[in-house]
Write a protein that binds this ligand. Structure first.
Ligand SMILES: Nc1nc2c(c(=O)[nH]1)N[C@H]1C(S)=C(S)[C@@H](COP(=O)(O)O)O[C@H]1N2
Ligand SMILES: [Mo]
Length: 447
């Protein structure tokens, strides 16, 4: 196999499009002109491809023949103080705002660079962000969590009180219900960062919410719902059914990837509701109210509801159904040569573990089963890999995940047959990436 590993994949698509061009590409894509997008993209890719970054090791390569300075001199002293940073050569790996979406500074979203990440954990500094009213860095010594409603005695917890309780640490994905939302329309968002980047995965540490409810003497017979409320100006409020909480899965979390939550992620306290859309993961969590019915707050009535073909809105469709996406090769990347490639991507399900991921390189005619990298955890990202030898001809790459309930990720045809075309949220359809003869990878939809 070794001698045909000639192909290399550029992993940071932003190398191929300057920020200015991304805006243009989005504008045209929004106007529904997929072809233009493809062309504009190919041009941008072609221009970058001639750059120095594509250098390949050859005869007389000084990079192998000459001793570099870093093998002869003194290195940097220990970074004994301060917080470590990634290599300067990785400066391109960043969260980015989509030029195709309305950008207001406080009610906005930044996308995680899925194309540049390995394994399943999202580095905290690259976690996507979705703020309805901006983020805060709240003084933990002043932060309080109140538990009230159908309880014996309302209780107010300080951070110190919460952090001395028995804790759990678990890996889970969080996906905004609006992830992949632009793909409902005739918009070909250029890269996987923008199609699927409202998705992240972390190890969260905290106290099961049920522990706090029991401490307050919650009436679990009548109180079958809770309302979770955030301390930011958005007064984010969400109903959570008690079944989820009783299972012990819902966590009042302060830890993320081994350290305290980042301010953007709700420092010092956020709700972790595994498998459920991001909006229920209330950040800056300040209040949990126990009640006997869903709260139907303003936020729940207008956001994250699905406009169905019969004109009615579907509400509380909050579980993120099984979904997957190939992250390499993906839109904006370029295959530099024919030969061997590792096709890799992510799969997840809000209903449990991912059971299987199949990959097609011919637009869905034939499928092969990918390797799942362990451990495969419930309501967590799962990394898949599969070997592929590109013959240099145009092709279409797709992945299709199945979860432990037997549910299979739908095609656009299957999804639209049930949901129509007017949705924004909850798009878990199969994503197609077309590899063109020149090696450029672009976003396409098969109808
Ligand atoms: N208090 C509060 N909680 C919030 C939000 C918010 O704006 N305020 N946004 C919600 C939405 S819509 C999502 S998708 C997730 C995003 O979490 P993140 O910013 O950590 O990625 O947080 C949710 N919790
Ligand atoms: Mo969201």
């Amino acid at each position: 196999m070794d001698n045909h590993i000639t192909g290399r994949v550029r992993k940071a698509p932003e190398n191929f499009i300057r920020a200015a061009d991304v805006g243009k590409v989005f504008a045209e894509a929004k106007a529904g002109r997929r072809d233009f997008m493809r062309n504009a993209f190919a041009t941008a890719a072609g221009a970058a491809a001639s750059g120095a970054a594509l250098a390949q090791a050859g005869e007389g390569d000084p990079n192998i023949l000459e001793l570099p300075a870093h093998s002869k001199g003194l290195g940097q002293p220990v970074a004994a103080e301060g917080y470590g940073k990634p290599s300067k050569y990785e400066a391109n790996v960043q969260r980015r705002q989509s030029p195709g979406l309305t950008q207001t500074r406080q009610a906005s979203v930044s996308f995680a660079p899925l194309q540049s990440l390995f394994g399943i954990v999202t580095p905290s500094g690259l976690h996507f962000e979705r703020h309805h009213q901006g983020w805060w860095d709240i003084d933990p010594s002043k932060h309080r969590l109140m538990v009230n409603g159908m309880v014996k005695a309302a209780k107010v917890f300080t951070m110190d009180e919460i952090m001395r309780l028995p804790s759990v640490s678990r890996f889970h994905f969080i996906e905004c219900g609006a992830n992949t939302g632009m793909e409902w329309g005739n918009v070909a968002v250029p890269t996987v960062q923008y199609t699927h980047g409202m998705l992240s995965c972390s190890e969260f540490t905290g106290v099961p919410l049920i522990t706090l409810l029991e401490m307050a003497g919650a009436d679990l017979k009548k109180g079958r719902f809770v309302l979770a409320e955030g301390a930011d100006g958005s007064s984010m409020t969400r109903t959570i059914p008690m079944e989820l909480i009783e299972s012990g899965e819902v966590i009042v979390a302060y830890g993320q990837n081994g350290e305290m939550l980042r301010p953007e992620q709700g420092y010092p306290l956020r709700l972790v509701v595994p498998g459920v859309q991001g909006v229920s993961w209330v950040k800056y969590l300040r209040r949990i109210e126990v009640g006997d019915a869903p709260y139907a707050t303003k936020d729940e009535a207008v956001h994250y509801v699905d406009l169905m073909p019969d004109g009615q809105h579907r509400q509380y469709s909050s579980i993120q159904e099984c979904k997957s996406v190939v992250t390499t090769p993906s839109g904006g990347q370029m295959l530099l040569d024919k030969g061997f490639y590792n096709i890799t991507g992510l799969a997840w399900s809000g209903r449990g573990k991912v059971k299987r991921v199949d990959v097609s390189v011919d637009g869905g005619r034939n499928w092969r089963t990918a390797r799942l990298e362990g451990p495969v955890m419930s309501k967590c990202l799962t990394r898949f890999n599969i070997d592929w030898v590109w013959n240099g001809e145009p092709c279409i790459i797709q992945s299709r995940a199945m979860d432990e309930t037997g549910y299979v990720q739908p095609s656009y045809q299957q999804l639209r047959a049930v949901r129509g075309t007017r949705s924004i949220y909850h798009n878990n359809s199969i994503q197609s990436w077309a590899v063109q003869a020149g090696g450029e990878v672009v976003n396409v939809q098969l109808s």
